[in-house]
Unconditional design. Structure first.
Length: 187
C-alpha cells in the first residue's frame, strides 16, 4: 500500500465524510427525508466506488485503509443516533451497535499498545456493513404510509436484523482475535 494521501478513492471517502453533517441536518432539521435518503444512498455508492477504484487504479493507500472504515463507522453512528431521535429504531438497538464499535475501538487500541496492527477487516464485517448500508436507506424509506413504505418495511427490517447480527458477530470475532493475540504475546 502506498503512502499517498491524494487519490481518487480518498477524495471519495472525504466527500462521504462531508455528507454526514448534511445528512444529519436534513434528517433532524427540516426533516427532508427524501434528500436525506439521497445523501445516504450517495454515501453507499461512494463507499462501494472507492474500494473498486482503489483496486482498479492501484490506488490503495494506508490513509484510505484507515479513512474508509472510519467513514463507515461515522455514518453508522450518525444514522443510528438520528434514527433513535426520530423513533425509527429503538434506542437499545442503537446502543448495541454503538457498544460494538466502542469495544472494537478498545481492541484496536489494546493491540496497538501491544505492538500489533489492527486485525484485518473480515468478510463478516464487510457483509454486516453491506447489509446495514442497505438497511438504513430502506428504514428511512419505510417511514410513513405510502405504498413504497409498505413495500420497503419488511425488506428494511430483514436487512437491519441480518446486518445487525453480522455486525455484532464481527465485533465478537475482533474480541476473540484480540484476546488470542494478547495472550500469545504474553507467552
Amino acid at each position: 500500500m502506498s503512502d499517498r494521501l491524494l487519490t481518487v478513492p480518498n477524495v471519495l471517502s472525504i466527500i462521504r465524510l462531508a455528507g454526514v453533517p448534511l445528512f444529519l441536518w436534513l434528517l433532524l432539521g427540516p426533516k427532508a427525508d427524501g434528500w436525506a435518503l439521497a445523501v445516504l444512498v450517495a454515501s453507499g455508492i461512494t463507499d462501494w466506488l472507492d474500494g473498486k477504484i482503489a483496486r482498479w487504479l492501484n490506488q490503495a493507500s494506508k490513509f484510505g485503509a484507515m479513512l474508509d472504515p472510519a467513514a463507515d463507522r461515522l455514518y453508522t453512528a450518525a444514522t443510528l443516533i438520528a434514527f433513535v431521535i426520530r423513533d425509527i429504531v429503538p434506542w437499545w438497538v442503537a446502543a448495541l451497535l454503538v457498544a460494538r464499535d466502542l469495544i472494537v475501538g478498545a481492541c484496536i487500541w489494546l493491540l496497538g499498545r501491544a505492538g500489533f496492527a489492527p486485525p484485518e477487516v473480515t468478510y463478516v464485517g464487510k457483509a454486516a456493513t453491506f447489509n446495514l448500508m442497505y438497511a438504513f436507506p430502506l428504514l428511512l424509506l419505510a417511514q410513513g404510509g405510502s405504498t413504497a413504505a409498505t413495500i420497503a418495511r419488511p425488506i428494511a427490517y430483514a436487512f437491519a436484523i441480518w446486518g445487525g447480527a453480522l455486525f455484532l458477530w464481527s465485533g465478537w470475532l475482533y474480541v476473540v482475535q484480540t484476546h488470542a493475540a494478547l495472550r500469545g504475546a504474553r507467552t
